[in-house]
Every structure is written in structure tokens, then in C-alpha cells.
Design a binder for this molecule. Sequence first.
Ligand SMILES: [Zn+2]
Length: 419
Amino acid sequence: MKSAHKSLGSLLLAVALVVSLAGAPQDDPRAEIVNLRKYTHPNFTRVVLDIGKLREYTFGELRDPGRIYIDVLQAKLNPILQGQSYPVKAEYVSQIRISQKTTSTVRLVVDVEFSRIQSYRVYHLFDPFRLVVDIYPHGGQGQVPAQSQTPAQTPTPAGKPPQPGDRIHPAVKRQVDPNDPNFNGTSLARQLGLGVRTIVIDPGHGGPRPGTIGKSGLQEKEVNLGVALALRKLLREKAGLDAILTRESDVDVTLEDRTVIANQKRADLFVSIHSNAHRDRKRGGVETFFLNVSPDPSVVELAAAENATSTKNIGEMKSILQKIVQNSKVQESRELAEMIQRNLVKALSQDLPSIKNLGVKGGPFWVLIGGEMPSVLVEISHLSNAREEAKLRTKKYQELAAQGIYDGIVEYIRSLGKG
Ligand SMILES: [Zn+2]
């Protein structure tokens, strides 16, 4: 408990994130804050402050009584929100308050019981610009392991050993081969005796956000949904797993809501499905990502597109991302990514023998932030490549993609039993 307190304190020192201000309006330079959202769950509480415009902010802690505060500079509160408080039914958070602290500063306060909190994170997302506060109580399922919270720790994405708090714990009693004729195909997870039961599948984009668009007009959001629906069917019917989609139709879901869904459903795995785009229309192939800070400029470019933000914003996020990456299930996510990647390439090559394996990479993808389970983002093929776009349009190719991702997930579940 002591170390958790200490880490909260030193996290605070590392704060004061400064975002450069881009072209403030002439008249009133303040961004108007009109919306606050909160999500409560036994495992964590998330508060989202919709700001709309890029603004500097600072945050810190106050004691007696315990509070986490976030000050948004050059901001004004819509009168509807002024002095509002929002009760929270949790032992570790009692309420959220918001007020205009000075003429140009809006303060958000979360009243907390520090002794009941394991950790918290404050970070921002773009388009529209918004701040997110995640608070994790002690003893919550899927919580961030205490030892990975120390900010001074150097990130070791590749070598992090499994933590005691990890949810997926191999406790296998016997191995079952899903290809075994005696396998009845309804309860792979149960027969393996493993912790993986629930998988959240996230079809990227949706509604007014089409994602990338191919030359012939095929929209990424349609392809992603088609593959996700086929994957859900396979996971449910062939493996007896609980598969949930973040969207089942052409609707918009914010990036942070997608992981909220995964956390609230207590998902064991999170798979975000996308179709790729590249300036070089000759480039094609399959690549799979896990959350990491990547120095590779081509990945930064792709992440900017998937995050609906600019590459400049990605650079500014780097320091805060480094902290988040330490708290993520990087090693598990990388293994899951590798198995999905290999099986996906194999499946797609049945219909497109020349499909390229572009490998597994770390990347700063917002949708992978905040998930408490191994999380990956799959770029099934390139919509920017005419040949792959033509394939992506077909049900056959979409079903092969689903089959490949499914095979990767099953291989991952089975690998847990071999630990
Ligand atoms: Zn996408």
C-alpha cells in the first residue's frame, strides 16, 4: 500500500503536460466546456471532459480530504455545468465536481479515498480534444499491477514478466485439440479450463467516421464490421466463447468508449479490426499492432490516421504514452498479435497468394489505451491497394480474414495452457 501511495505521488511530479496552442480564436480565446461524462464500474471509474479545442492542462492531488484535480487553462464552463457535482457510487470515489476556478481556468475535482486507490491515469485524446481520468481501486479485477506503476521504471515492453494481478492465468487441466473429431465445438474455453471467456471485437470507425476509403469507394467501416460479425459468429459457434462487438451497426463510438465496453464486459481479450491505407498505393499486406511508442515514422503516420489526429499530436503524446505503456499488458498483447498475424496471413493467402506479411509492430493507437486486457489492432489488408480493395469487398475474403483472426485467438488461448 505504501508503494502505491508513493507511486501516486511521483506520478504527480511527472505531470504538467503542455500542449502547444494552435491558433486561438480572436474574440474569446477560451474553449467552452459543455460536457462531462462518467462511467462507473466495480473495476474502475472513468471521467471524460469534452473540451473540443486543444488546451493546456495540469493535474495534481490534494489531501484531507483526498482529491485529484485537473485544471484546464484558457477554458470556460458552460453555465449549465457551473458548480455541478456528480455523485459516484463507489467506495473509492464519492463525487466529481466541476467549476470555473478563475476567469480562464476550469477545475475538475474527483473526490477520492486515496487509501482505496491503487492508481490513476490522466491523459487526453483528440478530435474532439478531451481529457480522460481513469481511477483504479485496490483489489479490482484486471487492475494494473502495483509494481508496474513506478514512473521511474524504464519501459521493458518485450521482457515484462507476467504479473501476479494478471487476469489470464493458465490453470490448464488438459489439452484439447479443436481439430480433434471428438471435440464437440461448443466449449473450447471450458474444456481448456482457462480464464479466456469473453472477447471484445472492435470494428474500427463507424457512423460519420468512415475510416479510409478505397479508390472504388469501399469504406473501411463497412469492411471492418463485416469481418467483425463473421469473427463473432466463429467465436460463439465454434469455440463457445462469449464474443461482444463494440458496435453492431454503422454507428459512431468514441475511441475511449470502445475500451470502456471491453473493461465493463470484463473482456479477457480485445481485438480492434481495421483496413489499412498507405500513400504508396502499391504497398499491400497484413500487419498487426500492440500498444507501444513507436519510432517508426510509417507507423506514426498510420496511427495518426487511425486516431483521427495529426502526427504532431502523436509526438506530443509520447511522454504520456510511455507511462501508459508500462501499465499495459504489452508482452501478452505482443504474443496475441503474433499469433493473429501469422494465422491471418495464412488464411488470406488462400484467396490472395501474394499477400504480404508486414509483421507485428508496436504503435501508439488510442483505441488500445485503457484496456485492461491483452489488446491488439489488426490491419487486415490495404484499402489503398486496388487489388486488395477488390478482395476486401468480397464476403469470401472477409470471412477468410475472420477465420484467420479466429485461428490466432484459439492458438493464443491454447498457448496459455502450455505455460
Ligand atoms: Zn482504421
